[in-house]
Design a protein around this ligand. Structure first.
Ligand SMILES: [Fe+2]
Length: 427
């Protein structure tokens, strides 16, 4: 059955800002449309948020950073929302504790929709008034990319809500993934040298993608595709989770905790099935493995006699590939097997979509990094400690939202996102 949701958002460069705003805001509501009000309230782990909180928080972002800053005498829709829907902007004020977002039975889903409508009306008026104000337009564009980040989180988080429910609900009946013949895993040799990575800032990017700067890369080889479920199952069958010498110390400690990792998140105990946004399915042996931590990806790489790519190696390869893949717009909402025809065009496949790829690079500032001015400086820069880089977007990332220079980041133990990996080798 084909997905019916209008996943496509809009084209950044061809639409007037007001139309683009409208389109992306509607896309969020479309993603929430299959959910009941009860679904939209639940939070299953501190890292995730309820659907209705996402819908309200992205609205608060526009209200707080656009309307409150640019409309003289602006009266907030409800001043208490500043506390409820501020995520982590301490320069704005204190906020409701993140692990307790699931306790907010009020405001209701309906009240949050009204909140969205009120803010949207005011935003459309302001976008019209400020049509010639470049800085304001950039601010709205940031807000729209922020909303797309939360559209992805909405799907990621509701998957965990349904996975935690013994009734195993499905978000939607999704289309059946293709099952092409298995693709061999090759290592594609790539010469080292001095290169540049990072965004130029000519088109939209987040502050953490800048400045563009030089990097020194050694001769290396990159895996031609992502690691698959069947390859990961071989690692489990070979006793990978029982062999301490494969694991980083923090990862091994994680395994030994009560209820520690024994298989990817969302896999059945007998490692034959996985939970998807369409409910439980047989594991597709040739689809990319998903919901693994950095520790698991790193241990697998060591077991395989390889390593994870650095973010520079990944980005340089991504420059040579169009931004295409199994992204949100494809409608599968689940990683799918690599296809032979794509291989014929580009030797390194699946760089975009399917799963965010763990890299062997800490999330750190690029040389000369400057966070955005004011409170929005809290957006990215303050997280540049103890997290690792992931690249390429996933099957729930909007196609127009991802690019080669895009840096996302997670803690090494995180697994609830669509997280997978490819291998690399130093030559
Ligand atoms: Fe946010």
């Amino acid at each position: 059955m084909a997905a019916t949701r209008p996943f496509r958002t809009s084209s950044e460069h061809t639409e007037p800002l007001g139309a683009r705003y409208d389109c992306i805001r509607r896309a969020s509501l479309a993603l929430a449309a299959p959910l009941t009000p009860e679904d939209q309230v639940v939070q299953v782990m501190p890292e995730t948020s309820p659907t209705k909180w996402h819908l309200a928080h992205v609205t608060w972002f526009f209200e707080r950073f656009c309307l409150a800053e640019h409309v003289p005498g602006y009266e907030p829709v409800d001043p208490r929302y500043d506390h409820l829907f501020n995520s982590y902007y301490y320069t704005v004020g204190e906020m409701h504790a993140r692990p307790q977002r699931g306790l907010l039975s009020r405001p209701t889903v309906a009240e949050i929709r009204t909140y969205r409508e009120r803010v949207d009306e005011a935003m459309q008026r302001l976008i019209e008034q400020r049509a010639d104000d470049r800085a304001f337009r950039d601010l709205v564009t940031l807000g729209l990319h922020h909303e797309q980040q939360h559209q992805e989180l909405l799907l990621t988080d509701i998957k965990q809500v349904f996975f935690a429910n013994p009734l195993a609900p499905a978000y939607e009946a999704l289309q059946t993934p293709p099952s092409p013949p298995p693709m061999p895993l090759d290592f594609v040799r790539r010469p080292g040298g001095e290169f540049e990575i990072g965004a130029t800032g000519k088109d939209f990017c987040f502050d953490n993608e800048t400045p563009r700067h030089r990097v020194l890369v050694e001769d290396h080889a990159l895996g031609s595709r992502l690691i698959t479920n069947s390859e990961y199952r071989e690692f489990i069958d070979a006793g990978g989770y029982r062999e301490p010498k494969l694991w980083l110390a923090d990862g091994w400690a994680k395994l030994r905790e009560p209820g520690g990792f024994t298989r990817p998140l969302c896999w059945s105990v007998d490692v034959s099935r996985e939970f998807t946004l369409a409910g439980w399915r047989e594991l597709d042996p040739h689809a990319p493995v998903c919901h693994v931590s950095f520790y698991e990806a790193d241990a697998f790489a060591r077991w395989a006699g390889a390593r994870l790519p650095t973010e520079a190696e990944w980005e340089l390869a991504a420059y040579e590939t169009p931004v295409r893949g199994n992204l949100l717009d494809a409608g599968y909402l689940q990683p799918i097997a690599a296809a032979a025809e794509a291989r014929a065009r580009h030797p390194i496949q699946q760089l975009f979509g399917d799963v965010w790829e763990w890299c062997a690079s800490p999330y750190a500032p690029y040389p000369g990094f400057k966070p955005l001015a004011g409170s929005l400086g809290e957006y990215n820069g303050k997280f540049m400690c103890n997290q690792l880089i992931v690249r390429g977007g996933s099957c729930v990332t909007a196609a127009e939202h991802i690019r080669a220079t895009y840096r996302s980041f997670f803690y090494p133990q995180d697994r609830w996102q669509f997280l997978g990996f490819r291998l690399a080798k130093t030559l």
